[in-house]
Ligand binder design. Structure first.
Ligand SMILES: [Zn+2]
Length: 334
């Protein structure tokens, strides 16, 4: 074992001493920290509550930028340097529409982990966050008011990851959104980055079916490579992503089941030919979808192939709180 590993272990021990709360509390705090660092553009990783090298680099960059002691530990001084993103603490107030801060980012992470789809954890309590709070409150059987107070937070913390909300058996599985074998696999090298999904080549106009039960949280053009993109929020913190579509037929807020038509195969965005870029994320971290795929194809066979006009998603759910997806890329530095 190299010395650097031992330093890492020491930092973990120190972190444990500073925060003697349950493991889950530190996960939530790290997620809120990652959200804040992301907002300040010093963190390019995912808000997943896991303190990896990218998170540490983000803290170091912030400390350097603000002339703080550069130790990679997010102490009180570093927290203050985050501005509104560094406060207030989770549970210190009832959060409602228009609020922003550390606690809102923590809430968004909890919602996403519970599979309630708050979009990105950006620390801003907007319409998507409110809708997610309502869904979580309905699911938990607590009072439904769209505001996040102690009861809602407690139900989110105890529900996700706990035994009560866990499915009886087995991991989450997905239907194949389109027919055909996988071409470019997950993790394929892309010029210093790695592919965050799998590519399934199919003729332009092939119908694409939702891979499982969920709610559409994004249906618009993405300028960072995905082209016409649909994102579906599933239970337990999973989302599925469908890129390069010729035409989008899904809309934000639509409840789908496996096989619901959501659009057609195309080559919009960063694509050299018609194919579906299919991606699965767990708590916003891309994972290899291949082992999770059933052999069954979700898309219903059709005799009329409909090649829609490229980029034909004007007027579809643009702007608002789901802008963050527009900045997401097909490849990630891992
Ligand atoms: Zn791809």
């Amino acid at each position: 074992m190299r010395p650097v590993r031992r330093i890492g272990a020491l930092a973990l021990v120190l972190a444990a001493l500073v925060a003697p709360a349950p493991a889950d509390a530190s996960t939530i705090e790290i997620a809120a920290l990652q959200s804040a660092l992301q907002g300040l553009q010093v963190y390019s990783g995912f808000v997943d509550g896991i303190k990896g090298p990218l998170t540490r680099d983000g803290i170091l960059a912030l400390q350097r930028r603000r002339g703080l002691s550069v130790d990679g530990i997010a102490g009180p001084e570093t927290r203050r340097a985050l501005g509104w993103r560094g406060r207030p603490g989770l549970g210190s107030r009832v959060m409602r529409s228009g609020d922003r801060g550390w606690d809102v980012a923590a809430l968004q992470f909890l919602l996403q982990r519970a599979g309630q789809g708050a979009g990105r954890a950006d620390g801003l309590f907007g319409p998507l966050t409110r809708a997610a709070v309502v869904r979580a409150q309905e699911a938990a059987g607590v009072g439904v008011d769209g505001q996040a107070g102690p009861v809602t937070i407690r139900s989110l913390r105890s529900g996700a990851g706990g035994e009560s909300e866990a499915p009886p058996t087995g991991p989450v599985r997905f239907l194949r959104p389109v027919p055909g074998p996988i071409g470019d696999p997950f993790g394929a090298p892309r010029n210093g980055y790695t592919h965050t999904g799998v590519d399934i080549p199919d003729p332009e106009g092939t119908p694409i079916g939702a891979a499982g039960v969920g709610t559409v949280i994004y249906a618009a053009y993405n300028g960072a490579g995905y082209g016409n993109l649909v994102v579906i929020q599933h239970r337990l913190g999973y989302t599925s992503w469908y890129g390069h579509m010729s035409t989008i037929t899904a809309y934000v807020g639509e409840e789908v089941v496996g096989g619901t038509l959501i659009g057609y195969v195309g080559a919009t965005g960063d694509a050299t030919g018609p194919h579906l870029h299919f991606e699965v994320r767990h708590y916003d971290t891309p994972i290899d979808p291949a082992p999770l795929l059933f052999s069954t194809v979700a898309a219903r066979p059709t005799t009329t192939v409909r090649p829609g006009p490229s980029g034909g998603c004007d007027g579809l759910n643009r702007g608002g709180h789901d802008d963050w997806i527009a900045r997401e890329r097909l490849c990630a530095e891992r």
